[in-house]
Design a protein around this ligand. Structure first.
Ligand code: DLL
Length: 446
């Protein structure tokens, strides 16, 4: 991919308008060529794909247009696990320069690998995402995504360097030190999960540091679902424009899609490198543009680990309307959650991020919450634990009144009946990376 530094109005972008503003017809043509190559790479070099394609009676040459992708089989996380650790790689192990892995809650880790070319394109796409979010060459980027097997830290790191920024590779944890570094190094961009950014803001306030008065301008937040209410809260506490970034290890890591700072409404999915589909998770049929369902991604340029129709489990919808920023790439609207995170409470489907949207900004409450699941007889029950704001009254009667208000709002806005427990400041566990939003006590309470 060619990247140019072009001066536009008062801003310098690492921005290639030839790619990011590519007309739809040209983008479709590019995707079709690259998709066929990706299918060929998978079929020729990964026995798992060859077997799956043969079982589905399709060959890469059957792909004449993008919609033909629907004839090809899906890939699931279990396929990666069954081929653990390196069985899905399409290149010899010696051509792999980097491994990452996600631990997962059950079973073996999923392992992903990158060739030199993959790492290069990843850095390009992360640099593109940073620029899209409003970062500029020369900025100081405080990178609080975890470094290690998680893709967040190193993914953001190399992208920031590629854009020509100064990176502070601080990783997650030791939050007081993070506040001191933000103050002393005068970072312009904060990279963190939204829940950890909130933790940093809270610790800063406790230290008497007003983050809004420092040099921060942009927050690049992702790796977990979050709500627009949380966006407003973080913008207020940190004095930044909070921008959503999306990605997953199996496809790349961070940098698959990113919001632009112009609109902050939906994440531009980089279609020169990925094909995005949304399917109905029940019927597994592709859904028309704009309908909500499960996001399915096919990599177009990955060498080490081509992913064909990877079922992300993430629930979203696509929007093909051109954005005000001029980018033509499709927008992935905010990911509300994963279909395996969906809770079914007395017949009502609910995602933790919907509950968050009700809780954050609620007068007298702090945005620290957890959802606790228990069993009452044959039925699942949901309790929301949320802290009161440090300056809100803490008597039992105040808590009871506030709890009733929250329960009422959740019922009227989401339709689910829950209990609410108001906790004292500091009682809900703080996040160091991806927040644990749900505590499942159903087995214990059974
Ligand atoms: O979380 C990659 C990443 C790092 C993205 C830093 C953004 C920033 P995984 O650990 O493999 O990779 O987890 C991927 O996290 O399938 C979603 O369920 C969730 N996720 C990632 N970004 C978002 C987001 C990294 N912006 C899984 N909104 C994905 C909602 C997100 N969920």
């Amino acid at each position: 991919m060619r990247t140019t530094t072009a001066v536009r109005s008062s801003e310098i972008f690492m921005f290639d308008p030839d790619v990011e503003k590519m007309p739809r017809a040209a983008l479709t043509q590019l995707q079709t060529t690259r998709l066929r190559e990706s299918l060929e790479r998978a079929y020729a070099h990964v026995p798992h794909y060859r077997k799956k394609f043969e079982a589905a009676k399709v060959k890469p040459a059957d792909l004449k247009s993008l919609t033909d992708i629907a004839r090809f089989p899906f890939t699931l996380k279990t396929d990666l696990r069954e081929n653990y650790p390196f069985g899905m790689f399409a290149v010899p192990r010696k051509a792999i320069l980097r491994l990452h892995a996600s631990s997962g809650t059950t079973g073996k880790a999923t392992v992903v690998g990158y060739t030199k070319g993959d790492l290069d394109r990843w850095a390009d796409l992360m640099a593109r995402s940073f620029a899209c979010a409003g970062a500029l060459p020369g900025d100081i980027i405080h990178n609080a995504y975890g470094y290690g097997l998680f893709t967040g830290g190193l993914g953001a790191h190399y992208g920031a360097e590629r854009l020509g920024c100064t990176v502070v590779p601080v990783s997650g944890g030791m939050t007081e030190r993070q506040v001191i570094l933000l103050q002393d190094f005068k970072a312009n961009v904060l990279c963190a999960t939204p829940s950890y950014a909130l933790n940093i803001a809270e610790v800063a306030a406790g230290m008497g540091v007003d983050l809004r008065r420092l040099s921060l301008r942009t927050g690049l937040f992702g790796a977990e679902p979050w709500s627009d209410a949380m966006r407003r809260d973080l913008e207020e506490r940190l004095g930044v424009k909070a921008v959503d970034i999306y990605g997953l290890s199996e496809i790349l890591g961070p940098g698959v899609a990113c919001e632009c700072h112009v609109k902050q409404s939906g994440l531009h999915g980089w279609e020169d490198h990925f094909l995005f589909e949304v399917i109905d998770p029940e019927t597994m049929q592709p859904l028309p543009m704009g309908e909500a369902g499960e996001l399915v991604i096919t990599t177009l340029t990955k060498e080490a680990l081509p992913m064909i129709r990877y079922r992300t489990r993430d629930i979203t919808r696509l929007d093909s309307k051109q954005c005000d920023c001029g980018r033509t790439h499709v927008r992935i609207m905010r990911v509300t959650g994963r279909n395996d995170d969906m809770l079914i409470i007395r017949g009502v489907n609910v995602y933790p991020s919907q509950v968050e949207a009700v809780l954050v900004g609620f007068p007298g409450l702090a945005p620290h919450y957890q959802i606790v699941l228990t069993r009452e007889g044959a039925l699942d029950a949901m309790t929301v634990e949320i802290e009161r704001a440090p300056d809100a009254p803490g008597a039992d009667a105040d808590h009871a009144r506030k709890a009733a208000e929250v329960t009422h709002h959740i019922k009227s806005l989401i339709g689910v009946t829950c209990k609410t427990v108001i906790k004292s400041p500091g009682e809900v566990p703080r996040s160091q990376g991806k927040a644990v939003r749900v505590r499942d006590e159903r087995k214990i309470s059974n």
